[in-house]
Design a protein around this ligand. Structure first.
Ligand SMILES: Nc1nc(=O)c2c([nH]1)NC[C@@H]1CN(c3ccc(C(=O)N[C@@H](CCC(=O)O)C(=O)O)cc3)C=[N+]21
Ligand SMILES: [Mg+2]
Length: 287
């Protein structure tokens, strides 16, 4: 079998186009565009590239982009003051503070300082709790994008065996919550899991988010399984995911790296910003 390659780039373009329609509708009905503030501390080149592409995508979707680039020496108090200012700014519907932050800044303190109603990353504990308990809130963009691709591929997910490799607050845990919500039987594997290949062999759906180049091997994969690769590893051979591309010989469908999950992350960020603006302005949205 040769797997269907899931075109995340095309799917994300479609989603961004629908977000742009919603943004135009908000502008027509409320007189202002949805606004997304992105804060970057320091000059990590990869982070700088992401922030630039987020800004471009925001403007292309008919939204306002507020970019704040601060030096690496910025103190925690100064960053918290900026977040407080963005929380209070009525033109700002979404706030994203790019992670990772410099070591001298406590990420948890910064994340919890963001108004949960503007937390379009979905990283605030209030939004994590809402997701875990079935309340409306913001869902982290990467797992939400993964779920969209999985549902587009498989339709109803009820009863399917899903394995999430990785237990981060940003991807693994919210991904598991979303799959539970879809009535999958979910296993969360991590660095201490015994016999990972055997665990993965049971899965109809595999989401790999560990940051180890080509870790998931073809002989771990159940024939026909759907594989979602969240890994973005920069190697001498270029950008490599967590799933060995040779798995395409066994899988039913899989995402490529690049062009799979990455573009969905940005599209979902815009989607969350649209949802935030709609709620804050009392304008109905359909997306
Ligand atoms: N507060 C916060 N929220 C984030 O959502 C967040 C963050 N911090 N810190 C960094 C990670 C990483 N991230 C990506 C977004 C888009 C691509 C993306 O579009 N990737 C393309 C191109 C990759 C490339 O060429 O570098 C692809 O996979 O096809 C990748 C990674 C968001 N992150
Ligand atoms: Mg830190």
């Amino acid at each position: 079998m040769t797997a269907t390659m899931i075109d995340g780039k095309a799917f994300a373009a479609g989603l961004r186009a629908r977000v742009a329609e919603g943004a135009a509708r908000i502008f027509a009905e409320a007189g202002r565009r949805p606004g997304l503030a992105v804060v970057l501390v320091g000059d990590d080149p990869a982070s700088s590239v992401y922030v630039r592409s987020k800004g471009k995508a925001t403007v292309a979707a008919g939204m306002e982009s507020f970019e704040h680039r601060l030096p690496a020496s910025t103190g925690e108090a100064e960053l918290l003051a900026l977040v407080a200012q963005l929380n209070a700014d009525p033109a700002v519907d979404g706030i994203l503070v790019q992670l990772p932050l410099p070591k001298h800044i406590d990420e948890r303190a910064v994340i919890t300082s963001i108004d949960p109603e503007k937390d379009v990353d979905g990283f605030h504990p209030v939004n994590a709790g809402r997701l875990a308990t079935g309340l409306e809130g913001f869902v982290p963009c990467t797992p939400y994008g993964c779920l969209m691709l999985i549902k587009d591929q498989l339709g109803d997910l009820a009863g399917r065996d899903a394995v999430v490799i990785g237990r981060s607050n940003i991807v693994g845990k919210p991904m598991a919550q979303l799959l539970i919500r879809e009535s999958c039987t979910v296993t969360v594997a991590h660095s201490r899991t015994h016999d990972l290949p055997d665990v993965v062999r049971r899965a109809d759906i595999v989401v790999a988010a560990v940051g180890r180049p080509a870790m998931v091997k073809p002989d771990w994969v159940k024939p026909g399984a759907t594989l979602i690769d969240v890994g973005i590893n920069r190697t001498d051979a270029g950008l490599v995911g967590d799933i060995d591309p040779a798995c395409a010989e066994v899988a039913g469908a899989m995402t490529p790296v690049p062009g799979g999950v990455g573009p969905m992350t940005i599209a979902c960020l815009l989607r969350n910003t649209l949802v935030s603006a709609s709620r804050r302005l009392g304008v109905a949205y359909a997306i």
